[in-house]
Design a protein around this ligand. Structure first.
Ligand code: DP6
Length: 330
């Protein structure tokens, strides 16, 4: 199935940039990870995933129509070279909407989280860009269709269209029309996420090539879809019952299982730094002392801590300066 066949169903062939637009989308942290694609052109996943959106942390994207012959991409106040990786990804995504028309934009993205440090800024970036294109081109598409479009920019972006807990079903259709984010109607006041920044530098291997390498070279990857399916149902159960230990255990084991498949790839993919391991050990130590704190990690060295509001002050003593988010309020 080609991207254009799917696009024909979502975006009119002739679009017009009617106005400037500005939109925000939150970053999201997966508790059950998306790792591996069954279709690289449409970004269709091998497994379903489940995330929580990070409230005010994410991307603001502004689109201004320009007269030139190419997009101008600005990231955090700096204009990028047309050849820069982010710039190319953004322009390739806008190509999906403009097809062959001369329709270019100045794209200004501001992230209030470190870019490309495993803190899922590509998810919020593509989600905000999709929302802004929906406005600038007056498409007026419903959220599920916007989620499908965002998915084609970056898989995890399909979950950043929504707040709170979001499930991304893998879907069964070849055209991916059933593979998009769905917000779960469950909240969890007092549920906290803490961002432990080990290294904010751009990583050498991005998630896209990392997951492809894992699928192609790690025998261990065969067990991943089973692990993910079992974890997804445990997480649904934990969210339903507000069972924090079940949620934390499941999310931590899911993240470490994903990292095990990365490490078993060739050439090996190890995103951890010595400080990442030290932070994991600190979490395990705190747990041994009775504090219910867990972690998850994406394709980068940083940890995201999962804990409850009543443990925040005690936790801050061990992780000074920890940026914490309460996606559902106190
Ligand atoms: C480890 O969504 O960045 O963060 O679809 O190729 O753009 P592409 O990949 P991306 O991968 C995210 C992987 C992850 C896990 C997750 O967010 O579910």
């Amino acid at each position: 199935m080609k991207r254009t066949d799917v696009l024909d169903r979502l975006v009119p062939r002739v679009v017009k940039a009617s106005a400037s637009a500005e939109q925000f989308a939150p970053s999201n942290i997966a508790l059950c990870k998306y790792w591996g694609k069954r279709d690289r052109e449409l970004n269709l996943p091998i497994n379903a995933s489940l995330s929580v959106s990070l409230d005010y942390l994410g991307s603001h994207t502004r689109l201004i129509p320009v007269d030139g012959q190419r997009d101008e991409v600005w990231l955090n106040g700096q204009q990028l070279q047309p050849g820069a990786r982010f710039s190319q990804k953004v322009s390739a995504f806008i190509d999906l909407f403009r097809r062959d028309q001369d329709l270019y934009f100045r794209v200004e993205t501001r992230n209030n989280i470190p870019t490309a440090a495993g803190l899922a800024s590509s998810a919020s970036g593509f989600a905000a860009l999709t929302l802004a294109l929906n406005d600038a081109l007056a498409l007026d598409l419903p959220p599920e269709q916007l989620s499908i479009l965002a998915r084609m920019g970056s898989g995890s972006a399909c979950r950043s269209l929504f707040t709170g807990f979001v499930q991304w079903n893998m879907g069964l259709r070849e055209d991916g029309m059933d593979s998009h984010g769905i917000p779960l109607a469950r909240t969890w006041p007092g549920f906290c996420i803490g961002l432990v920044e080990i290294d904010a530098a751009e990583k050498a291997t991005d998630s896209r090539s990392g997951m492809q390498r894992t699928v192609e070279t790690a025998h261990l990857y065969q067990s991943w879809p089973l692990q993910a399916a079992a974890d997804l149902s445990k997480l649904q159960q934990a969210i339903e019952a507000r069972d924090f230990e079940l949620l934390g255990q499941t999310a931590e084991q899911n993240a470490l299982s994903m990292h095990a498949t990365m490490i078993a790839s060739w050439p090996p993919l190890l995103y951890w730094q010595p400080e990442s391991v030290a932070a994991m050990q600190k979490v395990w130590q705190l747990r041994a002392e009775g504090m219910p704190v867990y972690f998850t990690m994406d394709a980068g060295p940083n940890l995201k801590l999962l804990f409850q509001r009543e443990d925040r002050d005690a936790l801050l003593k061990h992780f000074p300066g920890l940026e914490t988010v309460e996606p559902f309020g106190p």
